[in-house]
Design a protein around this ligand. Sequence first.
Ligand code: ATP
Ligand code: MG
Ligand code: FE
Length: 346
Amino acid sequence: KIVLGIESSCDETGVGIVRLAGDGGMTLLADQVASSVDQHARFGGVVPEVASRAHLEAMVPTMERALDESGLSLSNVDAIAVTCGPGLAGALLVGVSAAKAYAAALDVPLYGVNHLAGHVAADTLQHGPLPPECLALLVSGGHTQLLKVEDLAGKITEVGSTIDDAAGEAYDKVARIIGLPYPGGPPIDKAARQGDPNAIKFPRGLTGPRDPKFDFSFSGLKTAVARWVEAREAEGKPIPVEDVCASFQESVADVLTAKAVRAAKELGIGTLVISGGVAANSRLSELARERCDQAGIELRVPRPRLCTDNGAMIAAVGAHVVAAGVRPSSLELPTDPGLPVDVVHV
Ligand code: ATP
Ligand code: MG
Ligand code: FE
């Protein structure tokens, strides 16, 4: 069966195509993404109206490129999966409307699926099926969550999440403070390689003895960076950008990996998947590798291309849902900007 996935929850228009074999095996046939990130750069964050318009312009060309890449035509498509939440309302609407139109015109079933399940499913396209139980650390511009995944077609539960900023959001805000471009992840990652991670002792959010064990907080860290930079400027001294980046990055990677490994141990789960845009961070994967090896936990991190928003991961959830024999969504499928993570398909 050929499952086509459409993603438009934020600033990436994605169309992916996956072949689902009779034995449940999946092959990635196409993964095309158009991003409007450059149009948001001067605002320092995603502008919803700009993103919606960009999706509208990119949807059909991205679909055509994905079909080209797969060597298939629309008549070969057996099912369509689409992100129906969570995400930006106007952005979601473009993808869901397109998916309904294609599903109706081709007379194939439509499946509204959860974007967050997509981030976890992305890993199965590279590393194969997940074990019966795994822990997922989802770290992106809009989300920072620890999830217990028992079934990609239906059983995902939240173990912990950020109480304020997402990890990627912290990267973007800190980049702005020290004058690096948006999105902040890549330039901070790069600058950090030249810096000393122990130069400045930045706080580790929510790691006190009475703090919630599996929740995260990054707004205090961002404020600490801002205060440090202000104090330095007040003294008339230059800002050691590389050291600030390395020290900030160390705090984020330390907290994320410590809590993920602790959760895996306490819940008795042997596999950790890290996904979302921040999973592309070099220090995060390095420290996760070190700590997982030490704890005897299997670590799975998909390649960066599959970590950031894309349509292939939505096709992958669609394929899991199709394989599980789930009832398709109605053509009235609504979008839900706040869709909870435990609702994998609507
Ligand atoms: P969401 O998936 O939560 O709806 P999103 O579209 O912002 O939101 P992604 O596209 O998965 O999420 O990730 C983008 C985020 O990842 C940005 O905040 C960016 O700064 C961050 N990021 C990208 N590369 C790196 C990196 N190497 N190190 C740290 N952060 C990174
Ligand atoms: Mg994005
Ligand atoms: Fe995402």
